[in-house]
Design a protein around this ligand. Structure first.
Ligand SMILES: Cc1cc2nc3c(=O)[nH]c(=O)nc-3n(C[C@H](O)[C@H](O)[C@H](O)COP(=O)(O)O)c2cc1C
Length: 563
């Protein structure tokens, strides 16, 4: 059996065994000892620290302008603006306090607030910081200098990035998530990466910048450039795994007509990594590790983006995914949101309860759906270079002038026939609702109260029923994975990006969203009449009018730095 097939089998087996179902949840710890929760902040002791200014408050870009190509003048790239990007993507957005407990929230959400994602920037020489590889320590809002380029390295880095660009790498520490969620944790790490990619993209847009996902970088190359393979710096500390390398561009103009700038190649940068001077020792996050979830290491290995994928052996047609260009669509319908982008990004929260009463206007609902559709060269979807493979199954509860029921939104053309054939219920009517914007492929499948079923399949969570609507993200699973086991991670990233879009868009129309990672996979498929693994549900989400828990105190994000 060749390696491709073996990896694919591993992925399929992992997906199957980590399904929750009515009779049994995926394997996880028998009990959780909250006192032994892993440290949610990675630190590199001994690395030189560069304190970053807190500048998000000075950014005036309007949230609605993030989507309008050319509306925000690009800011110059310097330590201040890089700091703003970090503050608004992975930075702390508030502290919550209840009784004796206090916990940080961040601009990027995370399953269980466990935050397995770490961020790095690879910067060329800037006036206040030398060319190097830096870990972002969000608790202190500092950059820790992991790697320092020598003069020649800095020159090559400068030339490769050409002025105005830098790299932004994302990694995961799976143990943070596995500590609580066991085997299913790999999925949540990947959702979180999708959320973080979108968070970086939105933060860049507030500065008038663009972001590309460097899909020409193998995981092993990301490992080398970020220094993740440096055993001496880790000792017993939990290892980080490479996820994705992004390129932030402070100069490219955002216009539907401008061509995408070419992708930065890893080769030149890798050629100077041997001369980088490394510093810093990673902290141990959890001294106990009572459980081991070996299957996570196995699926991580099976889904690595391999080196030399572009070489001969890869007559495999994977380029169909990466060469996709979004079709022209009408601009997003306007909304009355007047918030500054920086405020809206930092006010994003997960709703813990919904009021179960307040309807969402039909206009706001359609705007939310519309914002999940990729638009060419427009934020945030321009960061995701692949053919959309995820479609939405919606449980509509409270939307004005739209009957409650089960609906579907197709996120790309050319899939309807296949999906209609796959959703095997004859009573699905496939009716386009009245007043639905022409370009939305949005259909009612069946009308009726969908609250009970929505709650049941989302692990009985009331947030799926008391909202205005909840949804499941249905992936073209087999088509995406065929010959490309690494496509598994990318499906979760796509789902996470959709989630982040919905989180921010919900805030913009005056309601609130919550990601739902806990759902009964095959119950969703059965509800839709799906058999086999052609389509699989990857993530759920819910949006509505939140009830705020007044017992929780909210504290400012970085007041602790003043003391
Ligand atoms: C991938 C993912 C899965 C999540 N799953 C659930 C869930 O099943 N139920 C829930 O109440 N919240 C869920 N959440 C919300 C998180 O608990 C929340 O993001 C976290 O506590 C941080 O709070 P914040 O989003 O307000 O910053 C999920 C979030 C993410 C990103």
């Amino acid at each position: 059996m060749n390696q491709q097939l073996t990896s694919l089998d591993t992925v399929l087996a992992y997906h199957e065994r980590t399904k929750h179902n009515f009779q049994r949840y995926a394997m996880g710890p028998d009990h959780i000892d909250w006192d032994t929760q892993p440290d949610s902040f990675r630190r590199y002791a001994g690395a030189e620290r560069f304190e970053l200014p807190l500048v998000a408050d000075t950014l005036d870009s309007a949230y609605v302008d993030l989507y309008r190509p050319g509306a925000i003048a690009p800011q110059p790239m310097n330590l201040n603006t890089v700091a703003a990007l970090l503050e608004l993507s992975l930075g702390i957005s508030a502290w919550k306090q209840y009784g004796g407990s206090r916990w940080a929230l961040r601009c990027n959400p995370s399953s269980g607030n466990l935050h397995p994602t770490e961020g790095y920037v690879v910067l060329p020489n800037l006036s206040d910081i030398p060319a190097g590889v830096y870990h972002y320590m969000s608790h202190d809002h500092v950059l820790e200098q992991r790697g320092l380029f020598d003069e020649k390295g800095a020159e090559i880095l400068d030339a490769t990035l050409s002025s105005g660009r830098f790299l932004f790498g994302l990694t995961s520490i799976p143990w943070r998530e596995a500590w609580k969620y066991g085997e299913r944790a790999f999925r949540y790490c990947q959702h979180d990466i999708g959320h973080a990619v979108a968070a970086v993209r939105y933060a860049a847009a507030t500065l008038g910048w663009t972001v590309q996902l460097l899909d020409n970088w193998a995981d092993a190359e990301i490992v080398t450039v970020l220094g993740l393979d440096r055993d001496d710096d880790c000792n017993r500390a939990e290892r980080e795994v490479a996820e994705v390398m992004l390129c932030v561009n402070s100069k490219s103009s955002l216009s539907p007509k401008s061509p995408c700038p070419s992708l930065i190649k890893s080769g030149e940068i890798l050629s100077v990594m041997a001369d980088v001077k490394w510093a810093g020792k990673a902290n141990v996050l959890d001294h106990h590790h009572h459980y081991e979830w070996a299957v996570i290491d196995t699926v991580l290995e099976a889904t690595k983006f391999p080196e030399k994928i572009l070489s001969a052996m890869t007559a495999v047609k994977w380029a169909d995914e990466a060469d996709w260009i979004a079709p022209p669509l009408p601009p997003l319908p306007s909304i009355s949101c007047t918030s500054r982008a920086a405020d809206l990004i930092r006010q994003r929260r997960s709703a813990q309860m919904f009021d179960g009463v307040t309807p969402l206007s039909r206009e706001a609902f359609y705007r939310l759906l519309d914002s999940t559709l990729p638009r060419h060269n427009a934020a945030p979807w321009d960061v995701f270079p692949y053919l959309p493979r995820i479609h939405l199954i919606l449980f509509v509860h409270r939307v004005t002038d739209l009957s409650p029921g089960l609906y579907v939104l197709l996120r790309r053309a050319g899939i309807e026939e296949n999906l209609r054939a796959a959703l095997q219920h004859e009573h699905f009517v496939w009716l386009k609702p009245e007043a639905c914007p022409e370009h939305l492929q949005f259909y009612q499948l069946v009308s009726g109260d969908a609250q009970t079923i929505a709650q049941q399949i989302s692990c009985h969570q009331e947030i799926a029923a008391d909202s205005a609507f909840s949804l499941g993200m249905l992936a073209e699973f087999e088509a995406r994975l065929k010959n490309r086991p690494w496509g598994y991670r990318r499906l979760f990233w796509e789902a996470g990006i959709i989630g982040q879009v919905l989180y921010l868009e919900a805030e913009a129309v005056g309601v609130r969203g919550t990601g739902i990672g806990c759902y009964f996979d095959d119950a969703v498929h059965a509800l839709l009449g799906l058999t086999g693994t052609c389509y699989q549900s990857m993530y759920h989400f819910t949006v509505g009018s939140p009830l705020i828990d007044k017992r929780l105190q909210t504290l400012p994000p970085y007041a602790h730095l003043d003391s």
